[in-house]
Design a protein around this ligand. Structure first.
Ligand SMILES: [Zn+2]
Length: 132
């Protein structure tokens, strides 16, 4: 007579975990996964299984959350670069206006008789007109 041992599902599962064939997490069903809280590694708050960010401290606790953060950061970087470019242009225009004003003062004061008008156009860049 051959002895046959019938393993129950639980026993098979425990055996496979013991032998390193499967990890315990891999033996959990989808329904069970959805019941597992996701603990925040920072503040240890218990969050819903599908939470992107910690409810309590807002720490990123999922890949989806990390992707969301990355997208926001890249958008913010683009905005900041565009604002920086605008600031450079505004500063350049101010320098031109100051030069115009200082030239006009020199004309009025009789230091020079040459009128220089500087302007900036988006298409042609610096344009300068000189009258004597
Ligand atoms: Zn937290």
């Amino acid at each position: 007579m051959v002895y046959r041992h019938e393993f129950g599902d639980e026993a098979v599962k425990e055996y496979e975990i013991l032998k390193g064939i499967r990890k315990r997490e891999e033996t959990i069903s989808t329904a069970q996964v959805e019941l597992q809280p996701k603990y925040c590694p920072i503040c240890h708050e218990s969050n819903k299984y599908n939470a992107k960010f910690c409810l309590k401290c807002n720490f990123t606790i999922s890949i989806e959350g990390a992707i969301e953060n990355r997208d926001k950061e890249s958008l913010a970087l683009k905005e900041s670069e565009s604002q920086e470019q605008e600031l450079v242009e505004v500063k350049a225009r101010m320098v031109l206006l100051e030069e115009n004003a200082s030239n006009l003062l020199r004309v009025v004061a009789g230091i020079t008789n040459e009128v220089v008008i500087n302007t900036w156009t988006d298409k042609q860049g610096l344009l300068q007109a000189r009258f004597a």
